[in-house]
Design a protein around this ligand. Sequence first.
Ligand SMILES: Nc1ncnc2c1ncn2[C@@H]1O[C@H](COP(=O)(O)OP(=O)(O)OP(=O)(O)O)[C@@H](O)[C@H]1O
Ligand SMILES: [Mg+2]
Length: 512
Amino acid sequence: MSHAPITPKVLVIDDDNDLRYSLKRVLSGRQYEVLEAASGEEGLSMAEQHNPHVILLDNRMGGMSGMEALQHLRGINPNAMIILMTAYGTTQTTIEAMKFGAFDYIMKPFDLKKILTLTESAIAASKDLDKAGKEEAAPAVSNEDIEGGIIGSSSAMQEVFKMIGQVAASDVTVMVTGESGTGKELIARAIYQNSLRAQKPYIAVNCAAIPENLIESELFGHEKGSFTGATNQRIGKFELCDGGTIFLDEIGDMALTTQTKILRALQEGEIQRVGSSETIKVNVRMLAATNKPLEEMVKDKTFREDLYYRLNVVRIQLPPLRERKEDVPKLIDFVLKRLARDSKADTKSISPEALALLNQYRWPGNVRELENLIYRSAVLAQGDMILIKDLPQEVVKAITGLPETPPAPAKTPEVVAQTEAKAPPAIETPTVAAVVTEAPEPTLIGQPTIDPYDAVYQALRETHDTNILEHAERALISRALAEVGGKQVKAAEILGMTRATLRKRIDQYDLS
Ligand SMILES: Nc1ncnc2c1ncn2[C@@H]1O[C@H](COP(=O)(O)OP(=O)(O)OP(=O)(O)O)[C@@H](O)[C@H]1O
Ligand SMILES: [Mg+2]
């Protein structure tokens, strides 16, 4: 390959003069030839004339929108790498942009370093394209607007949306993984809705919900009399779904024998009804999801390795909510709006204090838990705002009892002295659990001491907490574990509970 070095050409299409100016300045600094256009229309004619390698395209412009321009540009100059810039980052824009073949997507305001890096990788990709000399197929996807209702402006979720856009239009098998409640089902549906099969059937099968002996007949159908109870012929989901998309949810719960048949359907595109030797051709796109650790299951031989590789062609790993806490306020807002729309609750907002508290929460049940929590709290809220008192007690408890934020007990004697015959060290009582953990030092002769249960009681009153016994239990378990260096057998002995119960509690209180 003897390519003469060419100066990469970057076209900036934006109606904001200042932004064009700064982009031009940083990009010229990198020895790129920078072209400018102040509107979508002008951008198209520049692209036609100059054949730029990379196009930085603003989404919101007077006249032709960036999204429209993007589609035209793909026709004019299919090899150009287009980066869409927008101040109005929504799920749908990201998905659409990627679907229409954008190289990437950046949200305004961005820092110039970031756009430089992005432009560089776009240029690298464009050179690759030149070398390969191949034309990228223009995505022939309808311009329909899809109401996804998926919230996520965190960068982790933006990546997910980008991937949806990239994979939707092909027939590739996609595996969606992530903890329970992270939105796997929602994402699978979004892939389908944005795919070329959007007008064809979509069937979701929950592999965990169907008994093992019925799942094959459910998926592939059966012939009359093929097993006891098969009084009629039955058409399976795969056949019903011909031409469409099948979503195998909870695939980690599927029996090995069924896995074999799924593999065959994937590989050969054919199935057999139970009790029949006739093979039936089916054209089905498969999406799958699970919250099980499939890699480990492959090692344990409870999940077929070959099927794993077949399904895992593209993997979308959904981040747990605790790793994208910036999405929490928007999700809350979204849920509140939906509750109002469905006339389930007309609470409009959440107080900053309640939100701040929730921001410390781990969300073990992810978005599903958030939905339920907001629903419950909104119903309880008297005004049009959710206050701390409306939040579920067990959540407040989990937050205020978090081991990472142990409140420092005050060492100076005060207050309690007057009311108690026995006096301090007084304890600042920010959380119930903390108070119990900081429970009494052995009483020294002549030294007044505090009744620890009184402090617990005060804390209970302050936080309106009704889960006092759980707090005590959590604190005592944690104390015992600390004493024996985390040895569960010993701790269980001290506490007088079985090891199994202790384990359960450790999980329940998140003490591990
Ligand atoms: N990003 C999101 N924006 C809005 N709603 C969401 C989002 N993610 C999840 N949800 C909502 O949270 C709930 C749980 O999502 P979903 O059922 O897709 O989770 P899942 O990952 O399939 O969980 P499981 O593993 O338990 O089946 C649904 O009601 C869904 O609408
Ligand atoms: Mg699910």
